[in-house]
Design a binder for this molecule. Structure first.
Ligand code: FA5
Ligand code: MG
Length: 413
């Protein structure tokens, strides 16, 4: 196993993903455990809460956004392969060449050309190029990330894009004669250089109204939420929506006014638009009171039977089968030059699978004399459906430490 981007040895010269062989290279850092999630499509799976959420979102857009002839405005794509090019995931979205999200420690690469999409935004440009104005993309996305109850290396997003021409954007304005979409201006915190202030404000209003209406549709009126300013390379201005979940603010989605260059490059430079990307697990956790993101992957009938409903609008409140105790073990080691915490998180997940509830980086220090760096991690083990024995945990912990020694070059202290 290698999680550092030199996975060629682990897989040989090629990796097979969905019946296609890809040559491995210096970028290759996908792991067998992450590849095993491809094609699971939880958002299409019977009795999975993500499937219910997907249907609810589709209902909302089909019901509330229709043309005068009664046809839905948004078309929905929930079947696009998560294998994308770096061009799709990054370049088409103006992500700078040196942006952190491109690093081997943040994304899963098949090789220098292909990766597992890190967000559903990867499909924006292609779908606009194909002539669409309003669409949703729903699917699985992959990220090397921290491990806790709201983060998992595979999760699901719903992307929404809506484009407007001049007539459509200003259709509700009483006297639109003086209003324009474009100007030759300067970029400020409030707007892009080539969009007018009027167009920007109307887009912001339309975007926030759509997302607020969606949250009211899903959660009802008395949900605590707030808009926070944000930054994305592909939108400006940008926002995130947070909602209160178990007493804490939890980020649900990112959104903003689409960078005009993306539309130009995709052949839709005469239109303006907004886009959003929301996390389905986060929505589902809130909606069904699901306490841990790993539960979405459970095939345990105690879990799935609770989401066995004919109508996706049926209210469901998850009742934990029971809460089994967790075991905590610490591990500390000297790390080599260039060591990344995400390499260790991946390794822990690869060895421990869903028995890993959480990994915290608890200490980081540099030896004053030798200048060597030491990291300490606290690993919380918990089985969702039974009590783990200390022997089982020790065995796992031992395997994690062996694997860290042999593949990450750390020295256990
Ligand atoms: C994005 O992925 C942007 N593509 C969103 C976007 C689309 C912005 C279009 C502007 C226009 P972000 O990394 O914040 O942004 O992720 C979006 C949402 O995915 C988060 O708000 C959260 O709900 C969910 N999410 C992110 N990381 C994880 C994770 N590791 N586990 C579960 N959910 C996650
Ligand atoms: Mg975010």
């Amino acid at each position: 196993l290698s999680v550092k981007g030199k996975g060629a040895s682990q897989f040989g010269d090629t990796i097979k993903v969905f019946h296609r062989n890809y040559p491995t290279d210096m970028f290759t850092n996908v792991t067998p455990s992450v590849l095993s999630k491809l094609g699971e499509n939880l958002h299409k799976k019977q009795c999975n809460p993500l499937n219910l959420i997907r249907q609810r979102i589709a209902d909302f857009f089909y019901k509330h956004y229709v043309t005068r002839a009664g046809n839905p405005i948004f078309s929905i794509y929930d079947n696009i392969s998560p294998v994308v090019t770096l061009e799709q995931n990054f370049d088409s979205l103006l992500v700078p060449k040196d942006h952190v999200s491109r690093s081997l420690s943040d994304s899963y690469y098949i090789n220098m050309e292909y990766m597992l999409r890190a967000h559903t935004s990867a499909h924006q440009s292609d779908l606009i190029k194909s002539g669409l104005d309003s669409f949703l993309v729903i699917g699985d996305v992959y990220r090397r990330d921290a491990i806790d109850s709201t983060h998992y290396p595979v999760f699901h997003q719903a992307e929404g894009v809506r484009l407007f021409n001049q007539f459509q954007l200003f259709s509700d304005v009483r006297d639109p004669t003086d209003l324009k979409l474009f100007e030759n201006g300067v970029k400020t915190d409030d707007k892009q250089a080539d969009l007018t202030f009027d167009a920007t404000k109307l887009l912001e209003f339309s975007l926030k109204k759509t997302l607020q209406d969606l949250t009211v549709f899903l959660f009802g009126q008395d949900l605590e939420m707030k808009w926070v300013e944000a930054y994305f390379p592909f939108t400006h201005p940008s926002w995130e929506l947070e909602i209160k979940y178990q007493g804490q603010w939890m980020e649900m989605l990112g959104c903003g006014i689409m960078e005009q260059k993306i539309l130009k490059d995709a052949g839709a430079g005469d239109k303006v638009g907004w886009a959003f990307g929301l996390g389905l697990e986060r929505l589902a956790m809130k909606l069904y009171s699901i306490p841990d993101i790993r539960l979405f992957w459970s095939n345990d009938i105690g879990f799935t039977s609770q989401f066995d409903v004919d109508d996706a609008a049926t209210p469901v409140t998850y009742k934990p089968v029971s809460n089994f105790p967790h075991c905590i073990n610490d591990i500390s080691f000297w790390v080599p030059e260039g060591f990344q915490s995400n390499d260790f998180y991946d390794l822990v997940r690869t060895v421990g699978g869903d028995l890993i509830e959480q990994v915290n980086h608890t200490d980081d220090f540099i030896h004053p004399k030798t200048n060597r760096r030491s990291h300490c991690y606290r690993i919380m083990y918990r089985h969702m459906e039974k009590t783990l024995t200390q022997a089982e945990v020790n065995d796992l912990h031992q395997r994690i430490s062996e694997m860290a020694k042999s593949t990450l070059g750390v020295e256990i202290r």
